[in-house]
Design a protein around this ligand. Sequence first.
Ligand SMILES: Nc1nc2c(ncn2[C@@H]2O[C@H](COP(=O)(O)OP(=O)(O)OP(=O)(O)O)[C@@H](O)[C@H]2O)c(=O)[nH]1
Ligand SMILES: [Mg+2]
Length: 496
Amino acid sequence: MTNSRHLVHQSDTHEEERYRVDPRYGVEAEPDGDDYDGEQLDLADRQSLRRVVGLSTELEDVSEVEYRQLRLERVVLVGVWNTGTAAEAEASLRELAALAETAGSQVLDGVIQRRERPDPSTYIGSGKARELRDVVASTGADTVICDGELTPAQLIHLEDVVKVKVVDRTALILDIFAQHARSREGKAQVALAQMQYMLPRLRGWGQSLSRQMGGGGSGGSGAGGGGGIATRGPGETKIELDRRRIREKMARTRRELAEMGKSRSTQRQERKRGAVPAVALAGYTNAGKSSLLNRLTGAGVLVEDALFATLDPTVRRAQSSSGRAFTIADTVGFVRHLPHLLIDAFRSTLEEVADADLLLHVVDVSDPDPEGQIAAVREVLQEIGAEKVPEIVVLNKADAADPQTVARMLRREPHAVLVSARTGEGVDKLFAAIEADLPRPAVEVDALVPYGRGDLVARVHSTGELLSETHLETGTRIVARVDATLAAALGEFAAA
Ligand SMILES: Nc1nc2c(ncn2[C@@H]2O[C@H](COP(=O)(O)OP(=O)(O)OP(=O)(O)O)[C@@H](O)[C@H]2O)c(=O)[nH]1
Ligand SMILES: [Mg+2]
């Protein structure tokens, strides 16, 4: 079907979805009597869904179409369990609860349903949806959060039954990211993901446009079911405008991000040219990446017992035990079912990880299911093309971990180092492991450097791998592995 208003109008009685328009337009979509009777809320009920416009200030000027704001809500969680064990389903819902709390919500209750696959219409099926409505009513919740990604139609149908707003995991994670983004790049990345999320949902609402005239919102021109060009009302123009403005803003944001990505990659190239190896921290959210960065470098990076505390990559300099310099980058944490549009939006940040010489994959070993976290992180690593980067598994929070879990993890991940960023335990071993795994500079040199060229000796110390150093009468005899640039600089002093 084409995108034409006209066609949409003609076929809209067959559409499954219902459509909404911001009540402030005065053109709240009218139920189409034929199709939607039983499920339709009346206008008052609809408005009692307490819709709030705009997910973040960033988006407010983009679109005035309604959006499901999450902050400070009283929520009930609902999950559909179709694979894995009951314990896994529960763990997933507990994580959803932690995410909801991170977003500022108060979790009142959680419901899990076993189904082959989510119900195409209401996600949990109509019977369960009615049960959920009772839970919502008895707890006084104002929001339901589903542990998955729902289609716009599922969200709307479920809302009609439970009579409060329904959001999905993707929207929740987007909201957390929006609250936490600080840098210009981070904000732009989140805004892009939010706009992408909104666009298909806008289309649904936009399709009610043909009813807007008949709905009386624009002064009752009386077009009724007539259709055709004449039915295009101001509301329609407005939605079209919103949609176009979102697309334009998305294009603009993409261009800005591309620019920022370019300067980030230039910086990275420069670091590369300086032959300073790049180490990146990666891992599940709340695993302790920022704490570890602070331990390794003394950097004052925000540490918080919250999911997704870090969204902006921080790059710091550090030194291995033998004095070799390397950079170390903190990054955004990963989570199960990280929305794809976020991975896309954060691609340039995540390139920091894919381009690293060495990954420190930080795992919270005090978690009941560290294996699940590792699997989720590796899935994302693969998606961003970082699966070939050498990796050290860092089992963090040793101080709080169950010894049996630790033993199990050490057996499972032989190339792992057990540490506690909190107590400092194991950090020396981690430094030694990093040292051993840093890429070896390419060229072996043997040079007699005159005492006047202490700068070259210092460069060998900080960027090369020193094999031997002897102080002779005429200068310092150095045998070392260094990168090509430094090898060239040392060329004129090559020992015979
Ligand atoms: N007991 C214990 N707690 C730790 C340790 N390391 C970090 N934590 C705590 O774990 C929580 C998360 O730490 P962060 O360093 O913010 O974790 P992160 O991986 O950077 O998290 P995000 O940026 O949110 O993805 C904080 O409350 C830390 O104090 C540790 O070794 N032991
Ligand atoms: Mg962090």
